[in-house]
Write a protein that binds this ligand. Structure first.
Ligand code: ZN
Length: 409
């Protein structure tokens, strides 16, 4: 992936916990304080400096300790040392980001990131680190018990920058799958999560392509955004590169939470004759899929002659139109009333509205121009209107209790 895209001038970036709301970012060279002290500032880090996080805004509390001289056969490099509460072990890091709630540390000695509650970080220092010591005590990684550690991921042209006023749309999306309720024994959680990842990417591609196909509806800013993600080769070949998507195994750094809901809470109504497939937080970063009433969702990228997607096969509901619709809500789009015309953003899924129509594109362009920060990932407060209803003929007769989609032909 990296090699293939390098020639197009696309940069690859490792995904750390660097979130758009980052308040303090430490590297061995400096600490960039964006929020949290009285004013934003950048401080260079001197050798041996030890910064107590509790008083970071007052540099007079910063200490300096001289590192013991050790014979180093390898290379000596400057790194960050992170000490957590209640531990004497210094965890060696490439960088550390502190956000409002979490710490995100890029570990030096393994291709891993770790995340946890902000309050667990006690001190950050700049230390000399000898590459000889890779297996010695200084390379020990001892993290607070309530932290989460995951393999670092790499994706081309991925970052959390927000190219437009709508801050929910970033150049890269990361999501975490949350379970609500107990999945049935036969449910394949890893398989469903992989399918979700590819559908998430495709759903973003569907929205991006809809913009590209309806140039006359675009504002100059949105047109520039689409052009900025279209790579042209000298041979006249062009490629649309939609925002990239990765699935994280820790929730802390994810920009989206997708909930597999197996019947927990009252997210999905049990009203007879109503089958709500999914819900999303409007102007938010949380999407819930109804796996209580639907056997399975599956990524089915098959277009018929009129460029429509299949709504389901004989077992599963097609995740693509459902997720594309819910992403529309996440970006801030309301339902488009059926009386206005066929749209993917109608409140009921229909065979004619499986991909964005011009009505959807016009609404999407208007939403992208609005200044929206949106709710944090995981915030599940839905408005009554946001659920996506299944087509009427999927809903069982009132004499039966709400059945599973697979049972309904
Ligand atoms: Zn909806």
């Amino acid at each position: 992936m990296l090699g293939a895209t390098a020639t197009c001038g696309v940069h690859a970036q490792a995904l750390s916990g660097a979130m758009p709301s980052g308040m303090m970012v430490f590297t061995p060279e400096e600490v960039r304080i964006e929020a949290g002290c009285s004013s934003p500032r950048v401080e260079r880090l001197a050798d041996g400096v030890v910064i107590p996080i509790a008083t970071i805004c007052d540099p007079s509390t910063w200490k300096t300790v001289s590192s013991p001289t050790v014979a180093c056969k390898g290379r000596t490099i400057d790194v960050l040392g992170v000490r957590f509460r209640g531990s004497e072990v210094i965890v060696v890091a490439e960088s550390l980001t502190l956000t409002e709630r979490y710490f995100h540390v890029r570990l030096l000695t393994s291709l891993e990131d770790a995340h946890g509650p902000l309050a667990q970080v006690d001190e950050v220092s700049r230390i000399h680190w000898c590459t000889d010591e890779a297996s010695a005590t200084t390379a020990q990684v001892v993290l607070p018990p309530d932290s989460c550690r995951e393999a670092r991921q790499f994706a081309a042209a991925f970052d959390y920058r927000t190219p437009l006023s709508n801050r929910i749309l970033t150049n890269g999306f990361s999501f975490y799958v949350r379970m609500a309720g107990e999945p049935p024994a036969h449910f394949d959680v890893p398989g469903a999560s992989d399918d979700l990842r590819s559908s998430f990417g495709t759903a973003l591609t569907i929205w991006m392509s809809a913009l590209q196909d309806n140039d006359d509806l675009l504002t100059p800013a949105v047109r520039a955004f689409v052009a900025g993600r279209t790579y042209k080769s000298t041979g006249g070949y062009s490629m649309l590169l939609p925002p990239q998507v990765v699935r994280l195994s820790c929730p802390h750094a994810a920009t989206f939470i997708v909930e597999f809901n197996f019947g927990a809470g009252d997210t999905f109504p049990t009203t007879l004759g109503t089958l709500m497939l999914a819900r999303a937080r409007l102007e938010g970063r949380t999407i819930a899929l109804n796996l209580r009433d639907v056997d399975c969702f599956r990524n089915m990228l098959r277009f018929d002659n009129s460029k429509r997607l299949a709504l389901r096969d004989d077992r599963c509901v097609n995740l693509l139109p459902v997720l594309t619709h819910e992403l529309g809500h996440a970006f801030g789009m309301d339902h488009i009333p059926e009386s206005a015309g066929t749209a993917l953003m109608n409140s009921q899924l229909s065979e004619r509205g499986t991909v964005p129509t011009r009505l959807d594109v016009a609404a999407f362009v208007a939403t992208l121009a609005r200044s929206i920060t949106g709710a944090a990932p995981g915030a599940l407060e839905f408005r009554a209107s946001e659920g996506l209803l299944a087509p009427k003929d999927w809903v069982p007769s009132p004499s039966r209790s709400l059945g599973r989609v697979s049972a309904l032909k």
